[in-house]
Design a binder for this molecule. Structure first.
Ligand code: SAM
Ligand code: SF4
Ligand code: SF4
Length: 371
């Protein structure tokens, strides 16, 4: 089975038109890739636009007024997203996360939430439906999202110091408005809320303890993410990565921590609880402790390309299949074939890759496929 690499009018990253295997078995939820990893989690990017310009994700110099975001006609419609989500659920997906760009910028995103909320697993269970947001529009939208059936949210917040945070989002957005968004989400019942903080050594690592103190003793689960070399535009350097072990050491020096078991297979965060019962924190060590061996996540880009790894440089163009009139069975056969061929494990290989990757294919941006 050989895929065809094709040029597309709005080609952003290389994409293949997937082959539809004629003899694919019907989806039974037991799909596994070449490393025996199941397909469990689908992240759906609903827009490539964002109102922030976090330097580690959408640096202003690249995502400036000249940058051409995807035109409306390129985006998957809500109906197309739901159709694909159904196919993924048949293959074993149990968790859907809406992301972006900033997902709350997508017009009527709550309508999509309501449509996805109707989906059921083959044994009749609702899916674990969640969303990752920068929180800027959450105070306004939390209520409507909860009413539409969203279960919980993850909010990104990189510090409590207003000057530090404004510098990191690079659009002068204040901390207080994100905190108001988190409060609104809690009031709307969108919990347990997770708060993600990307830690960049020398930029916001002094915010680790204030953030830990702020959310200790609350139901919010704070998680620290190692700064990653995603995309090709953030100028990533290893010396700006603060290893998660150091994050844990700093917090534990003030409040002793005890390790917790992973809540679910394939969970990205290592969980710790405060020894005095004041809640938990997590660390996501994508750089210093790769977890590719259990990575069960697929990513669907805003324009319907399926990516098998955050560090991929090529996607599989499911939109082309959707818009050429393929049936659900054919879509399922294509997705099954793609997942069965998956061998990605970038983070495990990172250390052995050549330092200068300027000749390597351009990696997809995180704002395009979502975190
Ligand atoms: N705009 C939303 C937000 O910020 O929550 C959703 C999309 S954003 C791409 C998803 C997550 O990716 C955020 O938590 C963000 O902090 C994280 N992220 C982006 N670039 C990153 C990088 N270079 N390293 C680690 N995490 C990153
Ligand atoms: Fe926007 Fe989220 Fe990327 Fe920041 S991390 S620029 S909020 S998409
Ligand atoms: Fe999954 Fe790719 Fe990240 Fe490894 S590097 S954990 S395969 S997304």
């Amino acid at each position: 089975m050989t895929d065809r690499v094709i040029p597309l009018a709005d080609l952003r990253y290389a994409a293949r038109i997937p082959v539809v295997p004629a003899d694919a078995p019907r989806p039974d939820g037991l799909l596994a890739d070449r490393r025996d990893r199941p397909l469990h989690d689908l992240r759906i990017s609903v827009t490539d636009r964002c109102n922030f310009r976090c330097s580690y994700c959408m640096p202003k110099e690249v995502f400036d007024s000249q940058y051409r975001f995807l035109p409306q006609s390129s985006l998957l419609s809500f109906e197309e997203i739901v159709r694909l989500a159904k196919v993924f659920v048949a293959h074993g997906v149990r968790k859907l996360r809406l992301t972006g760009g900033e997902p709350l910028l997508r017009r009527q995103v709550e309508t999509l939430v309501a449509m996805l909320g109707e989906l059921r697993t083959p044994d009749g269970q609702p899916l674990d439906l969640t969303l990752t947001t920068n929180g800027s529009l959450l105070a306004r939208k939390a209520e409507a999202l909860a009413r539409a059936g969203l279960k919980r949210v993850t909010v990104s917040l990189d510090g409590l110091d207003d000057a530090v945070f404004r510098r990191m989002n690079d659009v002068d957005f204040p901390v207080a408005d994100v905190l108001a968004g988190i409060d609104a989400a809690a009031a709307a019942g969108l919990g347990p809320i997770k708060v993600n903080m990307v830690v960049k050594r020398g930029t916001n690592d002094q915010e680790i303890l204030p953030m830990a103190r702020r959310f200790r003793g609350t139901p919010v689960v704070l998680r620290f993410i190692e700064y990653m070399d995603v995309g090709s535009s953030n100028g990533w350097r290893m010396d700006e990565v603060l290893p998660s072990a150091e994050v844990v050491r700093r917090i534990a020096a003030e409040h002793p921590l005890l390790p917790l078991e992973a809540a679910a297979a394939g969970e990205t965060a290592q969980r710790w609880r405060y020894a005095d019962g004041q809640g938990e924190v997590g660390v996501i060590s994508s750089v210093t402790q790769a977890f590719c061996h259990s990575c069960n996540r697929a990513r669907l880009s805003t324009e319907g390309k399926l990516f098998l790894c955050l560090f991929a440089s090529e996607g599989h163009d499911l939109r082309a299949l959707l818009r050429s009139g393929r049936s659900d069975d054919e879509l399922a056969a294509a997705v099954g074939g793609i997942w069965q061929g998956r061998d990605d494990r970038y983070s495990e290989l990172r250390a052995s890759l050549p330092g200068d990757d300027s000749a390597a294919p351009r990696r997809v941006e995180m704002s395009y496929i979502g975190g």
